[in-house]
Design a protein around this ligand. Structure first.
Ligand code: HEM
Length: 220
């Protein structure tokens, strides 16, 4: 068991954990987005999708625990890597010119990650807790609750800012994860970079389109 802790604690171990958890979160976002986009199909479809998840609750709970562990590992390791980097280089990039060595997006992963973290806490304490642990269904349908939340201009703007920030995090994160797995040769890396760019734009635009839609139609 000791060897496992030692390997996970090494710098390459931490990078591999970041890459595996990052790619798992990338895949999770695709499923989550597909679910959320059913809002555009109208109340009946969205309410049916959410209710169908209710009918397989034990399975959903297991997935949620796995997802929470992935987030915890990702955040814990991300903060550790950032801190170790900071200790190793107290005045970062002062001497050799920052833009030459790393991009702005790669240098701000901890900042974009922290904004996503704040978003996550607010998002879970509004949507997830209302859908799972409140008597919301007695007064609202899931669709009505979502429409009400997004027709609040402050909540909608905060959500959109968080999704743009997520796009920045993913634009660097996508290519960085594949680089960790060694996909950084001349032939494939441009393709990975382009895919990462398209994926991050898709996430930022598609997730943001939902609050924009409800702001425009003015609730339900
Ligand atoms: C849905 C949410 C998130 C997704 C999809 C995501 C995705 C990713 C990916 C793919 C990477 C690249 C991994 C690698 O370098 O191999 C990454 C890196 C990173 N993430 Fe996230 N992330 C998310 C949330 C967060 C949060 C909440 C934090 C909180 C601090 C965070 C902090 C970091 C940091 C600091 C790095 C850079 C680590 C390094 O130095 O290599 N991320 N993320």
């Amino acid at each position: 068991m000791n060897w496992l802790f030692r390997s996970l604690n090494s710098s390459i171990g931490k990078k591999v954990i970041m890459a595996i958890t990052g790619i798992s979160l990338i895949l999770f976002l695709l499923v989550h987005l597909a679910n959320n986009l059913t809002l555009f199909a109208g109340p009946t479809t969205f309410n049916t999708v959410v209710k169908s998840l209710d009918s397989i609750k034990p399975f959903v709970r297991v997935i949620e625990v796995i997802l929470a562990l992935i987030f915890i590992f990702h955040i814990f390791n991300g903060v550790r890597l950032w801190y170790e980097n900071k200790i190793a280089r107290p005045t970062p990039y002062a001497v050799n010119g920052s833009s030459k060595n790393s991009s702005l997006l790669s240098r701000t992963m901890i900042q974009t990650g922290s904004i996503i973290f704040i978003f996550l806490v607010i998002h879970l304490s509004t949507f997830w807790s209302a859908f799972n642990f409140s008597d919301l269904h007695q007064t609202h349908t899931y669709y009505e609750f979502t429409a009400d939340m997004f027709s609040n201009v402050y909540y909608a703007i905060f959500y959109i800012i968080a999704m743009i920030t997520l796009g920045f995090h993913l634009n660097h994160g996508f290519q960085s994860a594949f680089q960790t797995f060694g996909w950084n040769n001349k032939k494939y890396f441009p393709l990975i970079t382009t895919l990462g760019f398209l994926y991050s734009v898709l996430m930022a635009v598609a997730f943001s389109s939902i609050p924009i839609y409800f702001l425009l139609i003015g609730g339900n």
